[in-house]
Design a protein around this ligand. Structure first.
Ligand code: FAD
Ligand code: FES
Ligand code: FES
Length: 1361
């Protein structure tokens, strides 16, 4: 069937209560793009396009005419074909509530609890919880957490999001000091040693102000859709485009006929497997079958043999059925169900679980799919049907391997799956280990089952299946056969491990890397299963005896299993994070402060409500303008090569393509002195932009880009700082490939220092880089104006001035013709300082060439491919110290991998050299820093700007000293910490008083010493799980080492109605800069916040702004705003004095009559700073900020998983202008730091191509990664005479404190190694991923696996640090 023989049906669905009729529905169109482009509902965001981030979440409601029930569930609209929506009601964030109509309590509470920063993830968060609350009016906290599994936030650290939704939970969580019996509202804490004379407050929002939940506010399910569902039960639906036809049959018979006619046609249910290939425009399906309305495929029945589930049921339904059924059945019958449930709890996010079907899961047979191993081990049976009849096959290893005789035929479909009951003598377990606890594909998973001869432990049947090793699930069938008849004992285990490792082999070059880790997991899981079964046997015999059932006395005597020892018991069970709880404590404003004055109070983000309603506009939300074109780029596939030719002829033939733009089309300068916008003759990294295709639509532009042919001539690339094995690329150190000259600092007399030391140690640290992973990808819209070659550039950037400069120079224009506008940025973290200018140049050159507006919004994979991130780091140290831990001398060599151009690398290496001392006074110190030039995408600024690398490096030295001396780590830290008034290596004077205050306060607040003792106690009892605790201190230098970086401008207008418009040069990145500006204007002008508005950052109102970064963006712009407001206030002086009792409006009207200007510019010259690299002295930074953090973790020695138990942070934020914003920054930065140090890993191929290009492969922290207890205290009674209102910039400082988790994990690993008699002077490189943790816990299993000699194979990925 094709549509030309039949009129296509009208696609009918509802969006936010409004009926949508699509007469020409395109089966390839996905809901996200349809909502944004066709319906102009831009609240639903694009974050990744592959179901991994949750930014695109909507709620789907469908009516089941048979069950007469409405089902609501969350869904990732980026994977949802619109044709699957016939008869459904879609709710987007706009439908939940809006400022125009009425906001929903879900939106209001999230905003009031400060749960949004940049706001880009926020609509998705709202939708996930909205869908939950539609199904469960009072959900449990566990359900709330689980509903957020599939939503990523890069800004907040999740704590405020969870807090805001806790107010909907069944459990009464009245406030943040849960469990203390005290309410957080208006509570003055008992205080701390530094809080004398000030009021201390906890909690950042007031639940008493929350709107009550009003069910009448929700849309009712459209009755028309109910009628349609009834009437169209028997109707076949067909939708078609030029190349694809979508058919939704109404009966199984019809489906089977269609499948017979179109055997190659896929059955699309969730589209979560098939939909992932959508980027390949050429790979399409002429016919798609949609079997969702077929009753047999939706069946759920409990039979004598087990549970039968329709193949079209989604995984969330399967979970719910299992949860409902398990308690009703005897335990022995439910072992497979329990194992499945365990996998379903961590599999993907709730959106994917609600879309993905069981049948799709089984048939697509992904390597790491979690249910297939267990379904197969549990002997599940597939009911198949074709127009030739029905049959049943086992879902066994041969089916999974795709053996022809055991597989489903092209004409067949799976109708349902029988998941049988387990029996008394059977044990079944499932395991999975992923890079992140939740919403991450398994690295390895397993399904294991053993059947014993009744009343014995003799193996009758055994199944061992693994995922994540081959291209699909693999079975250790031969090993299992050999073990039949064996007793369940230690000998059997050793034999099993040996056999499995022989049978399931993983080549050293295997895709996905982590080869030794994966091999270790094979046997680690086997061991855990062995123990689980032993434990189960013991339980069974005991229960059998106690209940006098089934097992005879005789049998019980012969078959006695002692309870596992505590050591072995500790191997059982996975680490699972509990419901996180937080405490935030800060100094309150003075009692005398006017209630109207917002400074010092936790004011909600100025755009908070707009974030939650989706009304906040980001670049790609700007409505298309007339004639607008889309742009896609062609990037280099070579790390280093000459460009021999570029052939664009085929691309120009693609329908819709308007033009191809190359370096030749740049009328002015092609980039800047360091970097080309379009590569001209040579490429210097994979991902470098060579040319751009502009077309009527993005699909056409992408299609055109694929057709551009480039011929390269290979040159040898430099990829790593230092290589340890011989590969095809070079390393920077050996080949003297540097971006800048060495940066060096010296203090004291290093040689003398080493001579005086009792001991000297040497070591190295490697640290990986980090992706910014801002939720909003780089985006720019360029609109040429009609006159004078003017251009409007709407751009997501931290540095509008640079965009303006580069665009003007590329187009040979004066800067006064280029108007840059940025309303807000959906996260940046340093990643949008340099690169957006180049993206803007690309779009502007295209706009210039075509004379039409151009939109360039990068897709996630392109953004990750093209842009660099945090610099990978390699450090070598030599440290001399005394027996008491005092460091006498240190010699540090620091290297960063800068990538292919200079970018910010020079500054980053300078900061590493300047900041590497952290909190420690090393009397004799030499630091040398090098920025390496390699053929990787250029690395750039990232929150903390070198300090996260430098800090981890020096802390590693501290730990090395503590290990060598055998002293407690905190003692070594204390003995080396700066005390009193001191000087840094570059002779900057500072007072360490607050460093010590934070440290001491943190020791007390975290109860460090007694918890440390408890950790030791735990570790003595648990062999396979260990806890670790670490406390670290921090001296963080704020700002830049040159005055002009700190200059800022502002423009404040007062209008005749008294309203005030504030503009300044800073950009809103989520850090709440505008909110604080409004607070400052309100304070200075003594008017309520409601009078003041901020519109946008624009080069037309405040010129020459510096980049918003370095933690100082807010305070320097604040000084400019203050300046402008004070000028205005002064101008109003005579009027006020004349009419002191008058209102603000009266004064303004009078001022106007008196011809007093009501507009003023404000300016801040900048903090005096300087650094002289000749003399190696300077006042490099405006001021220091201090902090301390204590973290406790638990690790699973068998898998490398870890859980963050508790973190306490004490931060010297001085007087916080807005404690909600500042604490939000600390928490968010901390969690981003936890990401850098424990989770986030970028992989590059030996050819220099980045392999981690989506949230599927690159894991940023999710809700499951935050500490179960997360406490933040702002140090009271602290002053800072330098910054406005005695505040401090806290945007970056919290980041490094994330390393307390790194060192807590190291502590736990050290406990493992100590117990096993392994060397304790081991080095752990960063990030401490599951792989690194597991492999550091050396044991019989890591020793058992085959090892490959480095250099004898080509690895899948290389180490570039
Ligand atoms: C972001 C994300 C995260 C994920 N995380 C995990 C995870 O952690 N663990 C995990 O195990 N999986 C994970 N998955 C994979 C997920 O489980 C599968 O994609 C899903 O189960 C496939 O189901 P579907 O209905 O979406 O299949 P579709 O994409 O709709 O179809 C897949 C294939 O199955 C065929 N098919 C579907 N139904 C039938 C049938 N009844 N008879 C015959 N053929 C049929 C189709 O023809 C098609 O070829 C994840 C997926 C995504 C996108
Ligand atoms: S955009 Fe859909 S999940 Fe990321
Ligand atoms: S607020 Fe969540 S990504 Fe920015």
């Amino acid at each position: 069937m094709a549509c030309h023989d039949k009129q296509p049906d009208d696609l009918i669905f509802f969006v936010n209560g409004k009926k949508v009729i699509e007469r020409q529905a395109d089966p390839e169109e996905l809901l996200l793009y349809y909502l944004r482009k066709e319906l102009r509902l831009s609240g639903t965001k694009y974050g990744c396009g592959v179901g991994g981030c949750g930014a695109c979440t909507v709620m789907l409601s469908t009516y089941d005419p048979v069950a007469k029930k409405i089902r609501h569930h969350p869904a990732n609209s980026c994977l949802l074909p619109i044709c699957s929506l016939h008869g459904a009601a879609v709710t987007t964030v706009e439908g939940v509530g809006s400022i125009k109509k009425r906001i929903n309590p879900i939106q209001e509470r999230l905003a009031k609890c400060h749960g949004s920063q940049c706001g880009f993830c926020t609509p998705g968060m709202v939708m996930s919880i909205y869908a939950l609350v539609r199904n469960h009016v009072k959900p449990s906290m566990e359900q709330i957490i689980s509903a957020l599994d599939g939503n990523l936030c890069r800004c907040t650290g999740y704590r405020p999001i969870i807090d805001s939704y806790a107010s909907f939970a069944k459990e009464q969580t009245c406030c943040q000091l849960r469990g203390t019996g005290q309410c957080c509202l208006d509570q003055e804490e008992l205080g701390c040693s530094s809080s004398a004379g000030v009021r201390i407050r906890s909690g950042l929002c007031n639940p008493a102000e929350f709107l009550p939940v009003d069910p009448t506010q929700e849309f009712i399910f459209p009755p028309e859709l109910m009628r349609m569902a009834q009437e169209q039960q028997k109707k076949t639906l067909t939708f078609c485009s030029k190349r694809t036809t979508w058919i939704s049959p109404s009966s199984l018979k019809e489906l089977l006929e269609l499948k017979a006619k179109y055997p190659k046609a896929p059955l699309v249910v969730g589209n979560t497997s098939l939909g992932l290939n959508k980027n390949d425009h050429d790979a399409y399906h002429p016919i798609i079958l949609h079997p969702l309305r077929i009753p047999e495929m939706q069946v759920v029945s409990i039979t004598d043999d087990g549970i039968v589930i329709g193949a079209a049921c989604c995984l969330a339904q399967l979970r719910d059925i299992l949860m409902e059924t398990i308690p009703k059945l005897p335990n022995e019958k439910t072992k497979i169900y329990q194992a499945l449930l365990q996998q379903l709890r961590t599999l993907a996010g709730e959106q994917i679980r609600s879309m993905a079907s069981l049948g799709g899961h089984i048939v697509s047979r992904g390597s790491a799919w979690d249910l297939n191993p267990i379904l197969s081990a549990g002997k599940s049976v597939l009911s198949l049907a074709s127009n030739g009849g029905k049959r049943q096959i086992f879902l066994n290893d041969q089916f999974l391997a795709g053996h022809k005789h055991a597989d489903i035929e092209p004409k067949e479909v799976i109708v349902s799956v029988l998941i049988p009951y387990s029996t008394k003598d059977e044990f079944i377990s499932a395991f999975r280990q992923a890079d992140r606890q939740k919403n991450a594909f398994s690295v390895v998973n397993a399904g294991l089952r053993v059947l014993f001869s009744p009343g014995t432990d003799t193996i009758v049947d055994l199944s061992i299946l693994y995922g994540g090793i081959g291209s699909t699930t693999l079975s250790a069938r031969k090993s299992c056969e050999k073990l039949i008849g064996r007793q369940w004992d230690d000998q059997m285990l050793s034999e099993a491990c040996k056999l499995v490792l022989e049978e399931i082999s993983l080549p050293p070059s295997a895709s996905g890397g982590k080869v030794e880790y994966r091999r270790t997991l094979l046997v680690s899981f086997l061991f855990r299963f062995y123990l689980e079964v032993l434990h189960g046997l013991h339980q069974m015999v005991r229960t059998g005896q106690e209940l006098h059932i089934s097992i005879s006395r005789e049998a019980a005597r012969n078959f006695w299993y002692a309870e596992l020892s505590q050591d072995k018991m500790s191997a059982l069970g996975m680490l699972q994070s509990g419901v996180p709880q937080g405490v935030q404590v800060y100094q309150d404003v003075d009692r005398g402060q006017s209630p109207q004055d917002p400074v010092g109070r936790p004011i909600m983000h100025q755009s908070g409500i707009k974030h939650t309603t989706g009304e906040a506009v980001y670049i790609d939300d700007i409505r298309p303008v007339d004639g607008e074109l889309s742009l896609a780029v062609v990037t280099s596939i070579k790390a280093h090569a000459k460009i021999k030719s570029i052939d664009i002829s085929e691309a120009l033939q693609v329908p819709g393509v308007i033009n191809v733009v190359t370096a030749k089309d740049v009328p002015g300068k092609n980039g800047n002195d360091e970097e080309e916008a379009f590569a001209k003759d040579k490429v210097i990294c994979v991902g470098q932009i060579i040319c751009a295709v502009v077309a009527e639509t993005l699909t056409q532009a992408k299609c055109g880009a694929k057709k551009v042919k480039i011929v390269y001539e290979d040159l040898q690339p430099v990829l790593a700082i230092k290589v340890t094995m011989h590969l095809l690329f070079l390393d920077a150190i050996k080949h003297n490939s540097y971006i800048t000259e060495e940066r060096k600092l010296e203090k004291g007399d290093i040689e003398k220092g080493f001579k005086s030391a009792d001991k000297i140690i040497e070591g190295e640290l490697h640290m990986g880089g980090q992706e910014h992973f801002y939720l909003e990808t780089n985006s720019v819209v360029v609109i040429p104006r009609m006159e004078d070659k003017e251009m409007d550039v709407y751009v997501s950037t931290q540095h509008a001035t640079e965009v303006q400069k580069l665009v003007a120079s590329a187009l040979n224009l004066q800067s006064n013709k280029v108007m840059c506008h940025t309303k807000r940025v959906g996260g940046a973290f340093g990643g949008k300082i340099t690169k957006p200018s180049f993206f803007a140049v690309i779009a502007a050159v295209a706009a210039n060439k075509t004379g039409r507006p151009v939109r360039f919004a990068l897709e996630r994979d392109m953004d990750m491919l093209i842009t660099g991130g945090r610099h990978p780091f390699f450090g070598k140290y030599k440290v001399g110290f005394m027996k008491n831990g005092r460091i006498m001398a240190a010699d540090f060599q620091c290297y960063i991998n800068g990538g292919c151009t200079k970018d910010e690398s020079e500054l980053v290496i300078e900061y590493i050299v300047l900041k590497v001392d952290n909190a420690y006074n090393i009397p004799n110190l030499r630091v040398r820093g090098h920025a390496c030039k390699t053929n990787l995408p250029s690395n750039t600024a990232f929150r903390g700007f070198g300090f996260p690398q430098a800090g981890l490096f020096v802390e590693t030295c501290i730990v090395a000293v503590a290990t060598k001396t055998g002293l407690p780590h905190e003692k070594v830290r204390e003995i080396n910490m700066y005390k009193g008034v001191n000087r840094t290596a570059f002779e900057e004077e500072f007072d360490a008083e607050n460093l010590w205050k934070c440290w001491k306060e943190c020791l007390v607040k975290s109860d460090y010493h007694s918890r440390n003792a408890k950790v030791e106690e735990f570790n003595k009892k648990n062999y396979w799980k260990k806890k670790g605790i670490a406390i670290i201190s921090m001296k963080f230098s704020v700002g830049f080492n040159a005055t002009y970086f700190h200059q800022a401008g502002a423009l404040v207008h007062i209008y005749l109605d008294g309203s005030v418009l504030v503009t300044h040069g800073g950009i809103e990145l989520g850090q709440g800069i505008h909110t604080k500006m409004l607070q400052i204007a309100s304070h200075e002008l003594k008017i309520p916040l409601s009078y003041i508005h901020f519109c946008e950052t624009s080069s037309t109102t405040v010129p020459n702004g510096k980049y918003t970064a370095g933690s100082v963006g807010t305070e320097i712009n604040a000084r400019a705003v203050q300046d402008a407001c004070q000028i205005l206030w002064k101008r109003l002086d005579p009027i006020r004095r004349k009419n002191p009792k008058g209102k603000w409006e009266d004064w303004i009207s009078e001022a106007h009559k008196k011809s007093i200007s009501l507009s003023a510019t404000g300016y801040f010259k900048g903090y005096e700073t300087n650094m002289n690299w000749e003399t190696k002295k300077g006042h490099a930074f405006p001021y220091f900020l201090y902090g301390a953090a204590c973290s406790e973790v638990e690790i699973d020695c068998l898998t490398g998983a870890h859980k963050n138990i508790r973190t306490d942070i004490v931060m010297d934020a001085s007087f916080s202008i807005n404690p909600a914003i500042d604490i939000g920054q600390i928490e968010g930065a901390f969690i981003q730091g936890v990401g850098l140090y424990t989770l986030e890993e970028i992989y590059f191929s030996p050819e220099g191509e980045q392999l981690t290009l989506s949230p599927d492969t690159y894991k940023i922290p999710a809700v499951c990664d935050i500490p179960e207890q997360f406490h933040v205290y702002l140090l009271p009674n602290s002053c800072n005479s330098i910054a406005i209102y005695s505040s401090k910039g806290v945007g970056e400082a919290g980041f490094f404190l994330g390393s307390s988790v790194f060192f807590a994990i190291r502590d736990a690993v050290a406990a493992v190694r100590k117990e096993r008699g392994l060397p304790l002077d081991f080095t752990l490189n960063s990030p401490l991923t599951v792989e690194r943790i597991r492999m550091a816990c050396d044991d019989i299993f890591t020793k058992m696996i085959p090892k490959d000699k480095p250099g004898t194979y080509k690895p899948w990925a290389i180490d570039i640090s």
